[in-house]
Design a protein around this ligand. Sequence first.
Ligand SMILES: Cc1cc2nc3c(=O)[nH]c(=O)nc-3n(C[C@H](O)[C@H](O)[C@H](O)COP(=O)(O)OP(=O)(O)OC[C@H]3O[C@@H](n4cnc5c(N)ncnc54)[C@H](O)[C@@H]3O)c2cc1C
Length: 415
Amino acid sequence: MKVKKKHSICIIGGGVTGIATALYLLKKGNRNINVSIIEKENQIGGLLCDHHSNSEWFFHNCQYLSTTQEWVKLLPQNLLFCFPHYYYSYTDLWNQTSVLNGFAFPVFDNQLKSLKINGNNSYESLHERLAAYPDEIALGLHEWVAHLGLDSRKLHHSSAVPLQIARVYPQKYMHDVAVYKEKNLVANELYGVPRSLRNDSFPLASLPICGYNRFFERIESDILNLGGVFFKGAQVIPNKCIDDWKMPTDLSMQNIDHLIWTASPTALIRKCENEKLNSLYMSMQNIVFQCSANISYKPFYIQVYSKSSFITRIFYYDKKITVECTANSRPSSTKDECQLILNRFFKDIQIESSGIAYNEKRYSIISCEDFRLLNSVTNKYNSDEQGIVMCSPWVEFGRDAKIDYLLKLIDKRNI
Ligand SMILES: Cc1cc2nc3c(=O)[nH]c(=O)nc-3n(C[C@H](O)[C@H](O)[C@H](O)COP(=O)(O)OP(=O)(O)OC[C@H]3O[C@@H](n4cnc5c(N)ncnc54)[C@H](O)[C@@H]3O)c2cc1C
């Protein structure tokens, strides 16, 4: 009897996108597939990996998992804890300080000549997007983006999402904003209202109980038990002709039916498309602190929009704090600034340690040229049903959108 050859799928990148894709394929119940994962580092987890210092672990940025997404249900649920998704805004961009509960974007607390948005939504750059706000609002946002050392004319307008300035709440116009949002699509895209004024149900979020590194160790053993194979500390070197790609030993390109590229697109685009990405990034610093509190607070974060500080976000969990700021901040002054901001919301949280800083190049922002190039490469590979290579929708920022897209593509291709 002739044994049917197994379908061989190779996933490049062991971040959450690659891992969720592997789990999906392995749990689908198709026994006729082989799944291998190639990860450049010696551990999986990518951007979600924790920071370790003095035998303590700290979350790297504020990366909550949704509790409702189907792909999250593929992960070990008993290692996750759920909590109400609390967030706050601290804004001093418009000559006064505004604090607000249930809103994670800038709050504008001054008078306006008119709420009206300038023009239509045909903006391409972030600069054009911000210029669509009434001048009084636009000025403060332009100044803040420059204060972070960014050139808003180069950035694609979708960078408003990772910069967390996709919406603004003009607080003095509470009812008018709600009405205007309903009447005008662009206004709906640019203005937001705090949770207290929306009828949404209160969402939950989740985080791994013992940090992401332990969580990914467990996922790795689940994948091995399901028959998946890892190549860690290994890289794929792509080439114009797919047969010339350099794979880790034991993996031959000739035997691979599908190759799913979830890692950084730089090498693929340089080698296969002969194009170079601008690869804009922000030089960030994360400073981690221990703190004390009388009450056992659930995790929360405060989005910070400040012209007098380089802090962009404060993330609290389990008596630990991760402060994100631009790389020019000093841990000692950041500690005092962070304490002052915290005091506006919680009187009893006290930062106790002196803070440990580590730097990060954050590639979440994107230039207008890269946006076009990445979109066209994604479309080229993913619409070619006979092709071997599929890739992440790189221009998407959020992991839910990235992972959902890939899982749908896998279903469409009947893998
Ligand atoms: C500060 C911050 C906050 C965020 N907050 C949210 C949020 O609240 N909600 C949300 O949905 N998203 C958020 N995101 C975005 C989210 O983190 C990413 O979309 C997601 O984690 C990306 O996962 P990934 O697996 O696609 O990429 P990565 O985590 O970057 O993983 C890619 C992996 O590929 C490996 N690799 C790279 N090159 C190669 C190669 N040539 N060969 C093999 N392996 C390679 C890398 O080592 C890495 O492990 C946030 C991002 C940041 C920076």
